[in-house]
Design a protein around this ligand. Structure first.
Ligand SMILES: [Zn+2]
Length: 266
């Protein structure tokens, strides 16, 4: 059985800031905490029978703290390639350390891709990063069965996927404050949760928008929308909103990734 783990930083236990110098978090622990939550998911997946595990990350995973049987997507520079190695041969996707989408006030470090994206809609449904990841996996027939993160991220996942297995490691008070469980407790919950997710995989629904796919992105600045509108096929809806429609989800992914490269903060 092949599992694909996607990890983010903002939904890890103990973390409530981009840069924690002013907060209570020991900054140099963030990568270690994230890695150990991923490792907990690895151990849960192995116990459930996964014999091939690929990990995609974007926040400096400490690779040698992980089980030696995993494979990790490593990247030396910013890349536009989206979730390499995730294809139809994967049996299940697990999402670790997820944060809520932009605009959710109780979502710790809530954002969608970056802080200049106000909203993303896929076939009319507002989604965050996890929703996009799930839809991409589902377009290849791969279900997402588990998500850990803050309470708002878990609620977002449960709204998209009926019966999804979720683990809450902290509850947001606002964007930069949360009540968190202990990092070791988070690992315990994640390991157990992943094992449960595999055991009840068949009951878990899939967030699978049907083609044609319509992606609408509302930016915080008109300049990003203007840049994106240069791409053939991209339509401008208003000063800061664009849309793109395709039968092919890979094209939707391309537009989503270009948004991450072309954004303008002013
Ligand atoms: Zn993220």
């Amino acid at each position: 059985m092949k599992a694909y783990i996607i990890t983010d930083m903002e939904g890890i236990a103990g973390i409530a800031g981009w840069d924690s110098h002013k907060g209570t978090v020991v900054d140099n622990k963030k990568e270690e905490w994230m890695t150990l939550e991923v490792e907990a998911a690895v151990q849960g997946a192995k116990k459930a029978g996964a014999d091939e595990i690929i990990i995609a990350e974007s926040h400096k995973l400490i690779i040698d703290l992980l089980d030696k049987d995993v494979k990790v997507v490593v990247s030396g520079e910013f890349s536009l390639d989206y979730l390499p190695g995730l294809d139809a041969s994967v049996d299940a996707v697990l999402i670790i350390g997820q944060h809520a989408r932009s605009g959710i006030g109780t979502g710790v470090l809530n954002h969608t891709g970056n802080n200049t994206t106000l909203n993303i809609f896929l076939n009319g449904k507002v989604i965050g990063e996890a929703g996009f990841e799930m839809a991409y996996a589902a377009s290849m027939g791969v279900p997402t069965i588990f998500l850990s993160g803050d309470k708002a991220a878990a609620e977002e996942a449960n709204d998209l996927v009926k019966n999804m297995e979720t683990v809450v490691v902290k509850e947001g008070i606002n964007k930069y404050m949360a009540i968190s469980v202990h990092p070791e407790k988070a690992r315990e919950l994640i390991k157990n949760g992943v094992e449960i997710a595999f055991s009840r995989m068949k009951e878990i629904d899939v967030f699978k928008p049907a083609p044609p796919y319509e992606l609408v992105i509302e930016f915080s600045t008109t300049q990003t929308a203007s840049k994106m509108a240069i791409i053939p096929g991209v339509k401008k809806i208003d000063g800061r909103t664009i849309s793109y429609t395709s039968m092919n989800f890979k094209e939707i992914v391309a537009i989503y990734c270009l948004r991450g490269a072309l954004y303008d903060v002013k």
